[in-house]
Design a binder for this molecule. Structure first.
Ligand code: SF4
Length: 359
C-alpha cells in the first residue's frame, strides 16, 4: 500500500460517502447503471435519475425487455444519450449471452457497449472486491496534482503515465473502499476549480500543493475554438398535436425524438412539402436557442407552422408521430425539444382541449 492509498483509506473511514444508493448492496447491475450515469455527470444530479431508473427497471431482465424509447425517456435531461442507448444494448446482450449475469473478467466486461476500462474496473471492485485501477476524471485530477504530472491527459503518453500511477497506488486490500475514496476525494476535496488543500489527507506530500499551483493540473486540452452550426426546427401543429420525428441512431441526440429539421436558409414550406408531403403555413420564428456540445455550438431557430393539409402523405409511421400536447406520452426527448414542447403546450395546449379526446 502506498502512502497515498493508506492516507486515503483513513480519510475515507471518517469522511467518505457511504450512503450512495448504488452502494447499498453491491449488486453489479445497480453499480453498472450508476457508473454509466456518473460518466460526465455529478453524483447529486445522478441520484434522482438513478432512483427513477431502478424503480422502473429493477433488474437487467426488466431493462432488456423494455422498449428503447422508455429507457431514453428516463434518460431525458441527463445528456450524453449514447449512454442510454448503450445501457439498453448491453442489457440485451447480457440476457441473451450471459443469462442476465455480469461477466467477472475485465476483458469481457470491456467488450460490452459503453463499458470502458474504468467502468469495468469499478464494477469488479465494488461488486467482487477485485483489484483493478480506475482512472475517471476525478482520479486523473488527484493523481496529476499529487505527482505534478505535466501534459494533457488526452495525449496517449500522458494517459499511459496516469494509468501506471493509478495502478501503483491501488492497494491489495479494501479495494472497494479505496475505489470509492479516490473518487470521493476528487469530487469533494480535490475539486476542479477550488481544491480544499487545507482539509486534504494528501496535503503534506502533494507536489502541486507544495509548489502552490494545483490549478495548473491536469494540463488543460489545447485550446480550439468550437465551430458554430445552425439549424432550423419546424414545429408543425395540428389541433394541439405536434409532429415529431425519430432521429437517426448515430449522431447528435441519436434515437431521441425531435422536430423536422432543415437548413436555416431553407424555404420551410417547400422543405416540408418535399420531404413530408404536407402543406404548412410557417409563422414568425421564435428566439433562437444556443446549445453547446463537446465539439461545437448549435444555434437552433424554432419555426412554428400550422398544418394546412396532409396531402394524403405520411400520417404516422414508425419514425413519425403526432405528439399530443395535452396528454404527452413517454418518449426520449433532447433537452431543447422538451423545453420547446413545454412552450408550445403553454401557447397551444389549452386551445385543443375543446376538440381533442384523450387518446
Ligand atoms: S493537497 Fe490539494 S491539490 Fe493536492 S490532492 Fe489534496 S486537494 Fe488536491
Amino acid at each position: 500500500m502506498t502512502g497515498l492509498s493508506s492516507r486515503l483509506l483513513r480519510w475515507y473511514d471518517d469522511n467518505g460517502r457511504k450512503d450512495l444508493p448504488w452502494r447499498e448492496d453491491n449488486e453489479p447491475y445497480r453499480i453498472w447503471v450508476s457508473e454509466i450515469m456518473l460518466q460526465q455527470t455529478q453524483v447529486a444530479t445522478v441520484i434522482p435519475y438513478y432512483k427513477r431508473f431502478i424503480a422502473r427497471f429493477p433488474t437487467v431482465h426488466a431493462l432488456a425487455a423494455a422498449p428503447l424509447d422508455e429507457v431514453l425517456h428516463l434518460w431525458t435531461g441527463l445528456g450524453y444519450y449514447a449512454r442510454g442507448r448503450n445501457v439498453h444494448k448491453t442489457a440485451r446482450i447480457l440476457v441473451e449471452d450471459y443469462q442476465g449475469a455480469f461477466p467477472r473478467d475485465i476483458e469481457r466486461l470491456c467488450a460490452l457497449p459503453g463499458i470502458g476500462r474504468t467502468t469495468a474496473g469499478a464494477i469488479l471492485a465494488f461488486a467482487h472486491g477485485q483489484r483493478h485501477a480506475i482512472l475517471d476524471g476525478n482520479v486523473k485530477r488527484v493523481l496529476a496534482r499529487y505527482h505534478r504530472l505535466h501534459g494533457w491527459p488526452g495525449r496517449s503518453a500522458v494517459a499511459r503515465r496516469l494509468w501506471a500511477l493509478a495502478e501503483r497506488h491501488t492497494p491489495h486490500a479494501r479495494i472497494a473502499d479505496y475505489t470509492q475514496a479516490v473518487m470521493d476525494l476528487g469530487a469533494t476535496v480535490c475539486r476542479r476549480a477550488a481544491p480544499r488543500c487545507d482539509v486534504c489527507p494528501l496535503r503534506r506530500t502533494c507536489a502541486a500543493r507544495l509548489h502552490g499551483d494545483p490549478l495548473a493540473f491536469p494540463t488543460p486540452a489545447p485550446r480550439r475554438d468550437k465551430p458554430e452550426k445552425a439549424v432550423c426546427v419546424v414545429m408543425i401543429r395540428d389541433a394541439g398535436r405536434i409532429l415529431l420525428e425519430r432521429r437517426p441512431a448515430a449522431g447528435v441526440w441519436g434515437g431521441l425524438w425531435g422536430f423536422p429539421e432543415c437548413a436555416p436558409e431553407a424555404d420551410v414550406a417547400a422543405f416540408i412539402k418535399g420531404r413530408y408531403r404536407m402543406e404548412v403555413a410557417p409563422e414568425p420564428h421564435w428566439d433562437p436557442i444556443r446549445h453547446s456540445f463537446t465539439h461545437f455550438h448549435l444555434r437552433i431557430t424554432p419555426v412554428p407552422a400550422r398544418l394546412i393539409t396532409n396531402g394524403g402523405g405520411i400520417m404516422e409511421a414508425g419514425d413519425l408521430v403526432w405528439y399530443n400536447l395535452l396528454y404527452p406520452d413517454e418518449r426520449g426527448l433532447a433537452a431543447p425539444v422538451k423545453s420547446l414542447l413545454k412552450n408550445l403546450s403553454k401557447t397551444y395546449g389549452s386551445h385543443c382541449s375543446m376538440y381533442q379526446a384523450r387518446p
